[in-house]
Design a protein. Structure first.
Length: 273
């Protein structure tokens, strides 16, 4: 899913609605990659309450900060990257209401995208927001420890996000020209153009995934799952995006040139006369 704002909400919504029961199951989505912007601590907290881990890739040193419970012993080497401690009271005060909000989201009473927007930075001071943000900060700290210390985990996250970013290459292959001013000035036109491009890209991804699954189903023992996990259905070189047909005429070159150069008897008579 490639969106422009608050993509954490879209990721949570997609993972939830993928299952018919509204809950993440073992046979459902295992990993989902989106652009890294739009991540918030509250989104990580509400995702954790629903059994979903939001694994962000740090974009700079300023993002590599640890949030720890108040009174937690910190080694001297980690003090420079440790931010203000999380107070347990901020989690307890709004915990019951926070669980109610998570349950409403799980059962479809509201969308995750709307909820993340509702509990943005402007909601500071709200007990539900404070609870979710505190839980999300702790969950993000655990993720950062794994990300920085576990090389295999870090490679998995980076490879997955690289696959998500590669969808932009697919979209450029579908439409590589600029959108002129005459076709993109109103918000309705922009939504229609963006939605059409996303729909076509999703169709290509679905077509590739279906054929990959069909090949694997014929001989599953021949394919290593570790290798399959790094294959994304975003290739497009085998698809004729422009509908352009090319024919190799080299085999018939002499016959075509001879036929075009020969003059008919009528033409010869006309020339003589």
């Amino acid at each position: 899913m490639l969106l422009g704002t608050r993509q954490a909400g879209a990721a949570i919504e997609g993972a939830l609605r993928h299952s018919s029961t509204g809950a993440v199951q073992h046979r459902g989505i295992e990993r989902l990659a989106v652009d890294t912007h739009g991540y918030t601590h509250f989104a990580a907290g509400i995702g954790k309450a629903l059994g979903i881990d939001l694994c962000v890739r740090p974009s700079g040193l300023a993002d590599r900060k640890l949030y720890l419970p108040r009174g937690f012993a910190v080694p001297d080497a980690l003090i420079p990257i440790t931010r203000c401690a999380v107070a347990p009271g901020s989690i307890i005060r709004g915990y019951d209401e926070f669980l109610r909000v998570a349950a409403s989201l799980k059962h479809g009473w509201c969308s995750a995208s709307w909820l993340i927007e509702r509990f943005g930075s402007a909601a500071k001071g709200n007990p539900v927001y404070e609870t979710g943000a505190a839980i999300g900060a702790l969950a993000r700290t655990i993720h950062l420890c794994d990300y920085l210390a576990n090389e295999a985990y870090r490679r998995t996250i980076n490879a997955l996000l690289a696959q998500g970013e590669a969808v932009h290459t697919l979209q450029r292959a579908i439409h590589d020209g600029p959108i002129t001013a005459a076709h993109g000035r109103s918000s309705e036109e922009l939504i229609a153009i963006s939605g059409a491009l996303t729909l076509i890209a999703n169709l290509v991804i679905f077509w590739n995934a279906r054929h990959i699954d069909a090949i694997i189903a014929e001989a599953p023992e021949q394919f290593d799952q570790a290798h399959l996990a790094r294959i994304a259905p975003i290739a497009h070189a085998h698809i004729n995006m422009r509908g352009t047909l090319r024919f190799d005429l080299q085999l018939h070159r002499d016959a075509l040139l001879d036929h075009s150069s020969k003059s008919t008897p009528k033409a010869q008579n006309r020339t003589q006369s």
